[in-house]
Design a protein around this ligand. Structure first.
Ligand SMILES: Nc1ncnc2c1ncn2[C@@H]1O[C@H](COP(=O)(O)OP(=O)(O)OP(=O)(O)O)[C@@H](O)[C@H]1O
Ligand SMILES: [Mg+2]
Length: 350
């Protein structure tokens, strides 16, 4: 298998209570380091990204010990590394601010990788790749296209503060992919059902609000969104509040009606709901998350999940087996903080 991972590598500075500061590289390094443990001998991984010269050596120090990873898809950004500052307000709400907003990954950069078996697109900043570039990729890529919606649902205001919202053109993104992954909050935003959270809720899942953040939750929702059906939202149905497993399944069905053959809604500790098309029919597979005795940090669980799903699905095209592996991989990720040590996931793929 040859798999590409498209998205930015970013540098986070986290200001902890008491003045402690933690600095780390992240972004698609999370997907890449997990996948490096999961793939077999002879498989190759190509992160396709941009990073500044200031962080290049640190990035190589993380990736070079992993023989499956080839860094030739990572280009030097003349405007430096994508930088993000995270602090917590008095209510312990996460406030996230982009302090260096670097440009999108270009089509020229992706072109050498259009023949890979799979391309995973993970929105780290939210505009890591433009819609035009993605359309061109869709038109000529020969392998599987996988989207982790992630920070496509995180707006950026003039000062770089981040706030959750559904992008107005989200259906145009989703229709281009074969497999789409989103977490619970993103599903609610896209379903248009969580207006209150979209307007008021900062924090979590990388999504934050901040002083002056411009939340514009409602402008994005057209009546052609899945589930809207032109009428008032049905309670519990897509377009209404997503609460029960059946609600998520109904929304997943509306997502696959846009084009993808699989929609996975990860739902944190509740476990993933996978809706997929088989023989022209929508099928569902839902499992609880794996029990984890010592949850250390759930940041990056979605990235680990995507790594597991893509690795399995690219080879087998089996959404059930891919969900099972992804769920196991993501549960192991709960037991580590920050980027995983090499070998953390060696035994998960059995
Ligand atoms: N507490 C937990 N215990 C076991 N597994 C978990 C737990 N939290 C998350 N997971 C696993 O991780 C998967 C992804 O979690 P989640 O829905 O939180 O992703 P996410 O919000 O996209 O994460 P991130 O964006 O931080 O990478 C879940 O479907 C589940 O398999
Ligand atoms: Mg995520």
């Amino acid at each position: 298998m040859r798999i590409g991972i498209i998205g930015l590598i970013n540098h986070d500075t986290i200001f902890m209570a008491g003045g402690r500061r933690i600095q780390d590289l992240g972004g698609i390094l999370y997907n890449t380091t997990v996948m490096a443990d999961l793939v077999g001998v002879g498989d190759e991984l190509f992160p396709i990204s941009r990073i500044g010269a200031d962080c290049y050596d640190a990035m190589r120090a993380i990736l070079d010990p992993r023989p499956a990873v080839n860094t030739r898809g990572i280009s030097l950004s003349p405007t430096g590394t994508s930088r993000n500052r995270i602090r917590y307000d008095e209510d312990l709400e996460k406030i996230e601010q982009l302090t260096n907003h670097v440009g999108a990954i270009s089509l020229e950069q992706i072109e050498p990788f259009l023949d890979l078996d799979a391309l995973l697109v993970n929105f780290i900043v939210g505009d890591d790749i433009s819609l035009e570039t993605m359309k061109a990729v869709r038109g000529s890529a020969s392998g599987l296209l996988y989207l982790d919606v992630h920070n496509l649902c995180l707006g950026i205001d003039a000062e770089g503060y981040r706030r959750r919202r559904a992008p107005g053109d989200w259906q145009r993104w989703i229709e281009m992919f074969d497999v789409v992954q989103m977490n619970e909050v993103e599903a609610r935003l896209l379903a248009g059902s969580d207006h209150e959270a979209a307007a008021d809720e900062p924090g979590g899942a990388g999504g934050t609000g901040g002083p002056g953040a411009a939340g514009r939750p409602d402008e994005s929702y057209g009546t052609d969104r899945p589930g809207a059906a032109g009428g008032p939202a049905a309670p519990g149905g897509p377009g209404g509040p997503l609460e029960t497993e059946d609600d998520f399944i109904a929304f997943g069905r509306s997502v696959i009606s846009l084009g993808p053959s699989v929609c996975v809604i990860t739902r944190g500790p509740l476990g993933p709901v996978t809706v997929y098309r088989k023989d022209r029919e929508a099928k569902t597979f839902a499992i609880p998350s794996e029990p984890v005795r010592d949850v250390i940090d759930t940041t990056g669980c979605g990235d680990a999940f995507a790594a597991g799903f893509v690795t399995e699905f690219a080879a087998s095209r089996d959404p059930v087996g891919a969900t099972r592996l992804a769920n196991r991989v993501a549960s192991v990720n709960c037991t580590v903080a920050g980027l995983p040590e090499r070998g953390t996931f060696d035994d998960v793929r059995i």
